[in-house]
Design a protein around this ligand. Structure first.
Ligand code: 4NP
Length: 162
């Protein structure tokens, strides 16, 4: 089983939609038994909350229901997951700092990378934070993560022969 954790700041906008679009792609590829995913936030502001109503609205229009409850990234995630996928550079720094504190207590660290770094010829490596933006920004968040996830999935399939 390959386990992927999508990570943003609040775990109420970008990472829950990344998680659900990835799950849809994995299911459509017939790989639901081989690849699992979840999401988490580096911050603790929204623990227990459903995703932001704006991203839930965008998801609903695509036939996706977001029912994830926000949780904070924990040390256990470094042994539970194979891929920790960050939405932006701040998230990545936070994850890498926590990785350094966790290193001695795990056999090996998971892959820690920016989601958009899997897209060939990509020039923008971050998924911008839509929290203070418009509905258009939230629609764009969906488009960005949906496209980037296709490349992440292709990478995982090639790496793990799935
Ligand atoms: P996310 O968006 O990291 O994509 O879930 C945000 C959600 C909440 C906040 C910032 C970003 N906040 O500052 O509360």
């Amino acid at each position: 089983m390959v386990k992927v954790l999508f990570i943003c700041l609040g775990n109420i906008c970008r990472s829950p939609i990344a998680e659900e679009t990835f799950r849809q792609q994995v299911t459509e590829a017939g790989l639901a038994d081989a690849i699992q995913c979840d999401s988490a936030g580096t911050g603790n502001y929204h623990i227990g909350e459903l995703p932001d109503t704006r991203i839930r609205k965008v998801a609903q229009a695509k036939g996706l229901t977001l029912s994830h409850r926000a949780r904070q990234l924990a040390k256990a995630d470094f042994s539970d997951f194979d891929y920790l996928i960050a939405m932006d550079a701040n998230n990545l720094l936070h994850i890498e700092n926590l990785a350094r504190q966790t290193q001695s207590s795990v056999d090996s660290l998971p892959v820690i990378r920016l989601l958009r770094s899997y897209t060939p010829k990509e020039t923008q490596f971050e998924v911008p934070d839509p929290y203070y933006g418009t509905m258009e920004d939230f629609e764009q968040t969906y488009q960005i993560v949906n496209t980037a996830n296709l490349h992440l999935l292709a990478h995982i399939r090639a790496t793990h022969q799935l």
